[in-house]
Each structure stands twice: as structure tokens, then as C-alpha cells.
Design a protein around this ligand. Structure first.
Ligand SMILES: Nc1ncnc2c1ncn2[C@@H]1O[C@H](COP(=O)(O)OP(=O)(O)OP(=O)(O)O)[C@@H](O)[C@H]1O
Ligand SMILES: [Mg+2]
Length: 134
């Protein structure tokens, strides 16, 4: 069974979309094995997005992800990493597949409602930062 780390981002939390979004992953058959709600510190946000630290949008990204509560969860299932990214859709909602979460709910390329890990290595890294107790 594969594990992936999902974040429901502040724009979605602010619009009370948490339950709807979690239901989508459950309906697709994924098992939610851990979940928490927190307002991320700049430190944890920078660790999570370290690979983008030299990008022009990095400061805007950290300001956005730390501006309010997020819901962080671990989803487990066959091929979870690839399938959850498909369910989330492309980064930019304009390019996201019609039924994907981002095409339905994202506001912009930055405020795009959800995150999920993009490889086995990033999933294990992200789980270790957000769920150090596991
Ligand atoms: N060109 C951009 N302009 C503004 N924000 C961006 C841009 N590219 C990415 N972002 C923001 O940074 C996040 C991380 O970018 P990345 O390239 O890893 O996309 P992703 O893997 O689809 O998204 P995530 O890592 O959040 O799941 C995006 O989800 C988005 O919030
Ligand atoms: Mg990414």
C-alpha cells in the first residue's frame, strides 16, 4: 500500500470545502490514516516547499500557505501518489482536468486548494515533517 501526503490549503479551508474535498478522496477508495488541522509556521512551510526556494513566487507561496489553517492528511491506497495527483489536477486551474479538485475549486495558480506528494521520496519526506510523531 502506498502513502501520500495531502494538504487542503487555506483558500479551500476559508471557503469551508474541507469536508467536500476529503469525501472525494474517500469516494475514490483511499484510506485516510492520519489527519490534523493547524496553522503552519513559516519554518514548516519553507521546509515543505524548499525545492521552490529560489523561485520568484516563493515568498507569495509561503505567505499564502501560512495565512490560515490547513488540513494535512495521509491517504493510503494502491498507486496513491499518482492517482491523488490526478484527482487534484494540474497546478493551474485553467489547465486542470474538468472533474479535478483544482478545476472545481482552485482560485488561481497559487491559491489552488490542495497539495499532494509527487514521488515516493517526497511523500516520505513530507510525512516526516507534518507527522513527526508517526
Ligand atoms: N508560476 C507560479 N506562480 C505562482 N504560484 C505558483 C507557480 N507555480 C507554482 N506555484 C505555487 O507553488 C505550489 C508548488 O508548485 P509545484 O510546481 O510543486 O506544483 P504542484 O506540485 O502542482 O503543487 P503542490 O506541490 O502544491 O502539490 C503550487 O501548488 C502553487 O501553489
Ligand atoms: Mg509540488
Amino acid at each position: 500500500m502506498e502513502r501520500t501526503l495531502i494538504i487542503i490549503k487555506p483558500d479551500a479551508m476559508e471557503r469551508k470545502l474541507m469536508g467536500k474535498i476529503i469525501s472525494i478522496y474517500e469516494q475514490e477508495g483511499f484510506h485516510i490514516s492520519a489527519i490534523k488541522i493547524l496553522k503552519p509556521s513559516a519554518e514548516i512551510a519553507k521546509s515543505h516547499y524548499y525545492e521552490h526556494k529560489n523561485k520568484s513566487f516563493f515568498k507569495a507561496l509561503i505567505d499564502y500557505i501560512t495565512r490560515g489553517e490547513v488540513c494535512v492528511l495521509i491517504a493510503e491506497g494502491v498507486n496513491a501518489i499518482e492517482l491523488v495527483r490526478k484527482i487534484n489536477g494540474a497546478t493551474d486551474p485553467v489547465e486542470a482536468e474538468p472533474c479535478s479538485i483544482r478545476s472545481r475549486y482552485a482560485l488561481s495558480k497559487t491559491e489552488n486548494s490542495v497539495h499532494s506528494s509527487d514521488s515516493l521520496k517526497s511523500a516520505e519526506y513530507e510525512i516526516s515533517i507534518w507527522f513527526p510523531e508517526l
